[in-house]
Design a protein around this ligand. Sequence first.
Ligand SMILES: CC(C)(COP(=O)(O)OP(=O)(O)OC[C@H]1O[C@@H](n2cnc3c(N)ncnc32)[C@H](O)[C@@H]1OP(=O)(O)O)[C@@H](O)C(=O)NCCC(=O)NCCS
Length: 445
Amino acid sequence: MIQPDVRTVELDRNSRERLRAGGLDYRRVDPSDEAALDGFIRSIARGFIEGEPTEQMVAGSRPGQVGRRLIGVYDEASPQAERPVATVGSWVAPVTVPGGELPMWAVSEVTVAPTHRRRGIARAMLEGELRAAASAGVPIAGLTASEATIYGRYGFGPATWQSRWTVDTRRAGWAGAEPEGALHYLGQEAAAEALGRLHERTRRTRIGDIEGWPVRWRQLSGAKPGEPHGESVRGVRYLDAAGELRGAMVYRIAESDDDWARSRLEIRHLIGETPEARAALWRFALQHDLVGTVTAGFRPVDEPLPWLLDDARAATRTIEDHGWLRILDLPAVFAARRFAAPLDVVLRVADPLGFADGVWRVEARADGSGRATPLGGAGAPHASEADGSGVDIEIGVAELSSLYLGGVSARSLAEAGRLRGDTSATRRLDAALRIEGEPFLSIMY
Ligand SMILES: CC(C)(COP(=O)(O)OP(=O)(O)OC[C@H]1O[C@@H](n2cnc3c(N)ncnc32)[C@H](O)[C@@H]1OP(=O)(O)O)[C@@H](O)C(=O)NCCC(=O)NCCS
């Protein structure tokens, strides 16, 4: 998989001009300029409604910015000239798709200072990232969202979901098998290393997951300096009966003021290479002494937890969108994934930003390979001669991006009026895009 160096991809001129017209300077942040990098990091903290970071916290965040494309928007009239009024950071990460992986333009650290909100700065930055990604030949963009209302307008659609669990340990019991392996505590650095190693070994088995990076694991394990509650995070590993590392978990316990014996164990990250390892780590959490409640977020929607308990109702679950995708190069993304059934449909895709706009024939063969071709011949995505006639499904690029991994059905979108098409075409599209299990992105970025 070819990955461009995002740091050398040119800044989008259109966005720069638009922001300049509003008296703002849209420019790259040089990570080797410590004052500029620290201002960028401090602006991100402010944007995400955190307090002013300590020196130690800023130092702890610097390594996470290495290799990223960092862009700040500066207001020269601001008395804090080194602090951008808006930020965005991006890099290219492989994302697992059915049957393979794709380079994905990961968009992160999107903030606009409350003093400069709602004047089009985020729009300029997001559109700038998408045009930069397309110009670099990256076929898809992705992000995780603080709110579900922000990114649909740029063509992103939710493509993976996370479940959040709350378990009453006094009711839960345990109906799963007794693990045959062993659990051991790990120091925070060792826990970060184990999480990273297991993630890299397993991410290609999770459709929708992306490559991780060391600072993410150190943040989860509490090893990142200045991490809130970092000192109270503990890590454990699971070795199978043969002594192989198969799982790791980091968690913290929030003591209960009312009843110390009913404290809350918060799982920050749990990863297992095998079902046995995942069950062993859940069991460890649920049977922990002095704990009355276990919580966990960023878990797959098809987590088998209730089936591991004596009382399935001891576990309650909420589901939320998590990973959002945005198709940029439609032929590239459809050529990259495997299909579960043969397909031949014509899609009219509406993309206000133009990248995937047009009428496309999407075909899949019995061997699982597929392709999308613009109707009217190669290089003619706006096929005027295909207008109206022969179109099976009309869909927006955000909805198509939601369908792409196979985690949502075209039938649901049709029922909600989010796509239009005849029932037979919708059914065939669903059959072709179907995957085993639910797509799952295990981290936030
Ligand atoms: C979300 C955020 C980046 C938006 O920045 P902004 O510069 O005010 O946004 P813009 O002015 O470019 O708005 C563009 C469009 O998005 C809409 N919009 C912006 N923020 C929105 C929100 N939180 N919910 C719904 N719509 C929103 C605007 O109304 C506008 O709509 P329109 O194009 O239909 O007129 C900013 O409010 C912010 O920093 N929030 C806190 C940090 C955060 O949550 N960042 C996102 C991380 S994933």
